[in-house]
Design a protein around this ligand. Structure first.
Ligand SMILES: Nc1nc2c(c(=O)[nH]1)N[C@H]1C(S)=C(S)[C@@H](COP(=O)(O)O)O[C@H]1N2
Ligand SMILES: [Mo]
Length: 324
């Protein structure tokens, strides 16, 4: 069988990239932007330079349609200071205050279920799997606020292709860390821990579905889901699971944390849809974090969060009021 060269990253490249990433993650020697071998010839952007404490994560701007929102990025202090990460508390300021206890090295992700190549991936190998892209995505929380974040990562499809799903794999489940020693709210009865999420296979394979390792030019801060999370920009924020430790491929639709907690409020699909209200509030408008004041005018929420041109086809013929 002839392998398609475009799907193969030369071993030396992967090794070099992995060494550089290992040095970076272990904190020895700050890595200069653009020094990753994979980006040698590509144009390297230094997105929103912020003299922060976190290690830089070099990336190139994504060429993918929909991956360059024209909206102004949310201020870093808002994106990293106003969060939902219930393992660390239910107030929006809790994750930033508490998530310093999260230990992100060593880290690994187990691939399980209906795949030809199950197994454990070390974080370093995941970081080196595919070149990093910067994608500016809008993300809208089901609670009504939205933000615009320059994420860094690559399409989840890159990883899915490597592990070779079997023909009967129809869904992908994401299991996140539940460590009562470092996460003060794991053990509370808020949710059935660990926090899990799921996507249909075609959603998981959609190029906009991002496996994110960084934001604003740096590795992810803990409160935003370090060391790796999902970002699914056309769905409500809770689908974008943080601090993933397991990815499981299945034939049946997996249970999801919020659906188990309140099935009539949170469906499996949870596509952003201004026409389908949450049973307790409207979903027609939103407030942009840091820009729209609590008493100011709200902005209209767009179908599929503005990504209808890219993802609308995935739901052709489906009753979105029924499959909310
Ligand atoms: N593990 C885990 N992932 C999670 C959550 C959580 O509580 N635990 N909250 C979700 C919700 S409701 C939202 S809106 C987004 C928020 O991401 P951000 O804090 O990076 O903006 O993360 C999602 N991922
Ligand atoms: Mo959310």
């Amino acid at each position: 069988m002839k392998l398609q060269s475009s799907n193969i990253t030369p071993r030396t490249l992967v090794d070099g990239r992995r060494d550089a990433l290992r040095r970076m993650l272990s904190g020895t020697g700050a890595l200069a932007l653009g020094s990753l071998p994979s980006l040698g010839s590509a144009q390297v952007l230094a997105p929103t330079q912020r003299p922060g404490k976190l290690a830089p994560l070099p990336s190139k701007a994504s060429a993918l349609a929909g991956a360059q929102a024209m909206d102004k990025p949310t201020a870093y202090k808002d994106a990293s200071g106003y969060n939902n990460f219930y393992e660390f508390g239910t107030d929006k300021s809790d994750p930033a205050a508490n998530a310093h206890t999260l230990k992100t090295t060593p880290w690994a992700v187990d691939i399980e279920g209906l795949v030809k190549k199950p197994g454990r991936w070390a974080l370093e190998d995941l970081l080196a799997l595919s070149p990093m892209e910067e994608r500016i995505y809008r993300l809208r929380c089901v609670e009504g606020w939205s933000m615009v974040i320059p994420w860094i990562g690559y399409s989840l499809a890159e990883l899915i292709k490597r592990v070779e799903p079997l023909g009967n794999a129809k869904f992908v489940e994401f299991v996140t860390l539940a460590d009562p020693k470092t996460m003060p709210f794991v053990g509370s009865r808020m949710l059935d821990w660990p926090y899990t999420e799921g996507l249909r296979m075609d959603e998981a394979l959609h190029p906009l579905t991002l496996l994110a390792f960084g934001m604003y030019g740096e590795i992810l801060p803990n409160q935003n889901g370090a060391p790796l999370r999902l970002v699914v920009p056309w769905k409500y924020g809770f689908k974008s699971a943080k601090s993933i430790v397991k990815i499981r491929f299945s034939e049946r639709q997996p249970a999801t944390a919020w659906n188990k907690a309140a099935p009539q409020e949170y469906g499996f699909f949870s596509n952003v849809n201004p026409e389908v209200d949450h049973p307790r509030w409207s979903q027609a408008t939103e407030r942009r974090l840091g820009e729209d004041g609590v008493f100011g005018k709200k902005r209209k929420t767009l179908m599929f969060n503005g990504y209808e041109a890219q993802v609308g086809q995935l739901y052709a013929g489906m009753d979105l009021k029924k499959f909310y």
